[in-house]
Design a protein around this ligand. Structure first.
Ligand SMILES: *Cc1c(COP(=O)(O)O)cnc(C)c1O
Length: 479
């Protein structure tokens, strides 16, 4: 009879090995500001190898070490693409502690559950939600949106939608053309169909047009549809626009609709003294979806859904089959369980890295870094406005600056797209692109606590240099 296990035979040797690997992880983080932003992964990394049948600890450690330089670049100060958080070295520590405890936060009565409860309670405070509200740590805003909109769908159908499908196209919701694609995807996943999400036009500041919204609701009611939700955005992906959440709350109240806010990165700007006054309407929402892994730099992944009405939230998800029955005492106590608030049963300890980020750094510093990023975006906007070769594509509303390199007689869509690709290939900076009023622009999103003003100067100079070189190459002439 053998007593095999996966534990090390020699704990002293394991300790030395783990310390060595921790050093390599710290080396990676401590050099995050140096070198290229992004390097294409080598072919050895891309090619598939057979599933190992015999273990090899050295191979595991060496291959993980070799992987370290091939991140997407979001820990580098000149990563400005999409909306990525830049992470913290200190978050390595809770990830280690979490792995050592290996808890399952589906439910039951154990220490990790109380850390998540603490995070939930802080989130209620942060957004001015009542104590009676509920919340759940999830993978990100996409998942948070599904959870929130399921609660909204189930409430309006008096929870009938949990058991039987609704008449196709009956329930409709409203959002703006600037809203993230995860909202339409949630409508799809929830069986509502993405067509049931009405895309309302925006004003010049890319905020939802309130009059157009009211007209759309009226038209749908006249048409026999059942409006059930408005989805506002606090920090839209293209330019960082913040919808007038207060006005949306008024409309939702009058029309008896669920107000959900996608605040993936923007909602956390409530920690910035400068931005907070623009986010006061959030306290009136029925639900908010947001990320810790973006502007609060918790290492991936960590999102959150906050829901005003705990009972609706729980009734939308609670399933307690016989084998998961709660108890008054013992390990199966601690009711209700987190699994009653979302689709997952087994859940990891994301809450610890969120908790640790708040405890170690505090909201003052996290908020000040958000303010700093907004000031940096405004600074880049000023550089753009002062330069004849560049043109600002939209006002800097928050932390995003969209602009173009301009030259006469040139296909600017192709040119600006190629400038972005060249910046990435050269490893200088990673902005991304988007369309503003149908035109391709260079989009610089700053959710990065490592970015300095000098990094923005480097970006600005590189855009001008690459733009001039490409124009000189002559490939973009339209005439
Ligand atoms: C990033 C983002 C999302 C999606 O969030 P994930 O965490 O990637 O799932 C949704 N909305 C906005 C505004 C975002 O910036």
């Amino acid at each position: 009879m053998s007593n095999n296990s996966l534990d090390p035979d020699d704990w002293t040797a394991f300790r030395a090995r783990a310390h060595e690997m921790l050093d390599r992880a710290i080396d990676q983080m401590s050099s995050a500001r140096e070198g290229r932003v992004w390097t294409e992964p080598p072919s050895a990394l891309k090619s598939a190898v057979p599933l190992p049948t015999v273990g090899n600890q050295t191979a595991a450690d060496e291959q993980m070490t070799a992987l370290l330089p091939y991140g997407v670049g979001n820990t580098h100060p000149r990563f400005f693409g999409w909306v990525h958080g830049s992470g913290t070295p200190s978050n390595i520590i809770p990830e280690m502690i979490s792995a050592a405890m290996n808890p399952n936060l589906g439910g039951r009565d154990h220490g990790a559950i109380y850390i998540e409860k603490q995070v939930v309670s802080w989130c209620k405070d942060m957004f001015g939600f009542p104590d009676s509200a509920s919340g759940l740590v999830v993978s990100g805003t996409s998942m948070a949106t599904i959870v929130a909109l399921k609660a909204a769908r189930d409430r309006v159908s008096n929870f009938a939608a949990r058991k039987a499908s609704l008449p196709q196209g009956q329930l409709v919701g409203y959002t703006s053309t600037q809203t993230h694609s995860c909202v339409a995807r949630a409508f799809d996943i929830l069986g509502l169909g993405s067509d049931a999400l009405r895309k309302i036009p925006t004003n010049d500041a890319f905020e939802i047009d309130l009059e157009a919204l009211q007209h759309a609701i009226d038209a749908d009611r006249k048409d026999g549809k059942q409006p059930f939700a408005i989805i506002g955005t606090a920090g839209a992906v293209n330019v960082g626009a913040i919808d007038n959440i207060d006005a949306l709350a008024d409309i939702a109240q009058r029309e008896d609709l669920w107000l959900h806010v996608d605040g993936a990165f923007g909602a956390t700007a409530i920690l910035s003294d400068k931005i907070k006054p623009r986010l006061t309407g959030l306290s009136r929402a029925d639900s908010i979806a947001f990320d810790f892994h973006k502007w609060l730099h918790v290492n991936y992944d960590a999102g959150f859904v906050l829901i005003r009405d705990e009972e609706t939230h729980r009734r939308a998800f609670s399933e307690r089959p016989d084998y998961l029955r709660g108890m008054e005492r013992g390990v199966a106590a601690g009711n209700p369980w987190p699994t009653e608030y979302g689709p997952e049963l087994s859940r990891g300890f994301r809450a610890l890295k969120i908790w640790a980020q708040f405890v170690e750094h505090g909201t003052d510093k996290l908020g000040a870094l958000i303010t700093q990023n907004c000031e940096q975006a405004a600074y880049l906007g000023e550089l753009v406005v002062a330069n004849d070769q560049l043109s600002l594509a939209a006002p800097v509303a928050l932390n995003i600056c969209c602009f173009r390199y301009v030259a006469p007689g040139i296909n600017l869509n192709h040119l600006n797209q190629d400038i972005v690709i060249q910046l990435q290939l050269d490893g200088i900076a990673v902005p991304s692109t988007t369309l503003i009023n149908g035109e391709t622009v260079i989009r610089v999103n700053i959710t990065n606590h490592r970015t300095t003003y000098a990094d923005l100067d480097i970006l600005h100079d590189a855009v001008c240099k690459i733009g001039a070189q490409l124009v000189e190459g002559g490939a973009y002439a339209t005439t």
